[in-house]
Design a protein. Structure first.
Length: 290
């Protein structure tokens, strides 16, 4: 992990320069003068095996660089960040008290089982209970991917005999097991593309992509600018406000996200979304004025 971060931060770097950094590193507790070529290549292979990250050598000057574009791979970035924080805590374990993590309520115990099912193309037997239901329902489903959103894990799956994929919250699963039945995972299915035009965890297969235009003032403006609501976000800057444009499938989650900013957000297009927001604001007004 140390080696990966060094090459990421420095860009093309020679083994001699890596050794200079190693001599000063706090994790070099044996006070080694250098990393032997044999050890270096062993770590290089481990990086490729653990993270699927290729460390290449530029023959012209014998420097090493990371070939992969990590900015487009969320999983690799997440793995690297997680391991980096873990190694930092290992270096100075007393720092654990100054890092506060968000707790995911439950459901993480099912992650490995779901991944195993996807990898082996086996269906899952799921006992699931919605918040609004009194009793749980048990069904068999084909799993397609895992997704985390707002501190909850979800699995995208299609019930056997069903025609649509749906998301199921892992914290509402009562029990889960891999069956002996197999299914064919579509070669052309991309989870990223499937959710590309959606907001949150609902794929909204029946909804059309709409052009959404909102006007934002502070405090919403700077928050949305630095943490876009959606990957399609485009900004048109003005002196005291900005116009943000999206190509997205709107749903109740997206409306709730806009509503939380109160009067610093105004929907301009489409008219249907504008009217929905007006209705929600009126409902809130009636509640607080009653």
């Amino acid at each position: 992990m140390w080696l990966t971060n060094i090459i990421l931060d420095a860009g093309p770097i020679s083994l001699q320069e890596i050794n200079e950094k190693w001599r000063k590193s706090s994790i070099n507790d044996m006070g080694e003068d250098s990393i032997s070529p044999k050890t270096f290549y062993r770590h290089k292979e481990a990086v490729e095996e653990l993270f699927s990250i290729s460390i290449k050598c530029r023959k012209s000057d014998n420097t090493y660089y990371i070939e992969d574009n990590l900015e487009t791979d969320d999983l690799k970035k997440w793995l690297l960040n997680s391991f980096s924080v873990y190694n930092l805590l290992q270096e100075g374990y007393d720092m654990k008290n100054v890092i506060l993590f968000e707790q995911i309520p439950s459901g993480t115990e099912y992650l490995l089982t779901i991944l195993k099912a996807i990898k082996s193309s086996h269906t899952l037997k799921i006992e699931h209970k919605k918040f609004k239901d009194d009793e749980s329902k048990t069904f068999e489903a084909e799993p397609y991917c895992l997704k985390v959103d707002k501190k909850r894990w979800y699995v995208l799956a299609k019930k056997i005999g069903g025609d649509k994929k749906k998301t199921y919250a892992l914290d509402r699963i009562q029990s889960l097991e891999i069956t002996d039945n197999t299914y064919i995972y579509p070669e052309d299915f991309s989870p990223r593309l499937y959710f590309e035009n959606s907001f949150g965890i609902y794929p909204n297969e029946d909804k059309k992509i709409e052009k959404v235009v909102i006007k934002a003032t502070n405090p919403a403006l700077n928050y949305i600018r630095t943490l876009p609501l959606h990957s399609s976000q485009k900004e048109e800057k003005h002196e005291e406000y900005s116009i943000f444009k999206y190509n997205i499938k709107t749903d109740k989650e997206f409306k709730s996200e806009l509503l939380k900013w109160g009067s610093s957000i105004k929907v301009l297009e489409p008219l249907s979304l504008h009217d929905d927001m007006v209705k929600e604001v009126k409902k809130l007004s009636e509640i607080y004025n009653s």
